[in-house]
Design a protein around this ligand. Structure first.
Ligand code: KPL
Length: 302
């Protein structure tokens, strides 16, 4: 399959590199990374079976005018609109959002004619240097039609991911899966970013109440939005991802460490906004959002 991975940072490079073992992949990446991949290939490091290996996908900084069967969007949530505008100048049979946070699929659907799939990933990835990405945790990808229900396109994309060795589930309840992943990210990302710890710390004494409260509030807001996510399911997902990725540095912690803007608006900020619309109080998500936004303002990142 011809696949464009739009936004080859850490997760995008990992997924793009795995896909490149079986498919014809083009990465859209920043200049230094794209140049390194063109010159020496993309090396995927890691302890898991099959790693390390090097693949040679095409790599470009220019995301306009591209054509492929599939575009996998892996940009940060605040760059989704710009990515969609670039993708709209090309042609794709199907577009799959593999991003953190909520609202990305709607942003893509408003600008693109191709069917839009939603996906979540629990892989751990760190871009070590241009041309080198480390897989710090083997997780899984769950994908499906963004509004739930069956979609032939989701089966095709799921098969393309699975044949490249990516543990993939095709789901017909993506709205619930997205809210469940939101609860996981709401509980792990800001806590690990603010405390500068790895994901496993959210299972430990001081942090766990905070993380669990953020996940529980997220599930409550999901239910107010007619998505059937119980507190028990949200907490079970939080605990399972935190223990499976215990040694990983969350994406928000990586952003804070590199003094980059975070995805707080599309994660805890999204929970706060949906709660406010429904007259619900979400004090933990509100406090975590305020702290991360204050840090971003201090560094003039927003
Ligand atoms: O999605 C993630 C992230 O870091 O953004 C988790 C699942 C928390 C893995 O680190």
């Amino acid at each position: 399959m011809e696949i464009v991975v739009f936004g080859a940072g850490s997760l995008g490079s990992l997924v793009g590199g795995l896909l490149a073992r079986e498919h014809d992949v083009t990465l859209v990446a920043r200049e230094a990374h794209a140049r390194a991949v063109r010159e020496s290939g993309l090396t995927l490091e890691g302890e898991a079976a099959g790693f390390p290996f090097t693949v040679s996908p095409a790599a470009t900084t220019d995301g306009t005018g591209l054509e492929a069967e599939l575009a996998v969007v892996t940009v940060k949530s605040f760059d989704t609109a710009a990515a969609a505008d670039a993708l709209a100048t090309g042609s794709f049979d199907v577009v799959c959002s593999l991003q953190n946070g909520m609202g990305n699929e709607e942003t893509l659907a408003a600008r693109l004619e191709a069917p839009i799939l939603a996906a979540t990933a629990t892989y751990g990835a760190i871009l070590r240097e241009p041309g080198v990405v480390a897989c710090t945790g083997v997780g899984e990808v769950v994908l499906g039609a963004r509004d739930g229900g069956p979609a032939a396109a989701a089966d095709r994309v799921g098969e393309a991911f699975a044949t490249a060795g990516i543990e993939t589930t095709v789901a017909d309840d993506m709205p619930c899966r997205l809210w469940e992943k939101l609860a996981v990210n709401a509980g792990i990302n800001p806590v690990t970013a603010l405390a500068r710890t790895e994901n496993g710390a959210v299972l430990e004494a001081d942090a766990t109440d905070l993380s669990r409260a953020a996940a529980r509030e997220t599930a409550r807001v999901a239910r107010a939005c007619d998505v059937g996510l119980s507190n028990r399911e949200a907490l079970a997902a939080l605990e399972s991802v935190a223990s499976e990725t215990a040694a990983n540095t969350s994406s928000m912690h990586q952003d804070v460490r590199a003094e980059r803007r975070t995805e707080i608006d599309a994660i805890n900020g999204y929970v706060v906004d949906r709660a406010a619309e429904r007259g619900l109080e979400v004090p933990t998500n509100r406090a975590l959002t305020s702290l991360v936004r204050t840090w971003e303002r201090e560094l003039e990142l927003r």
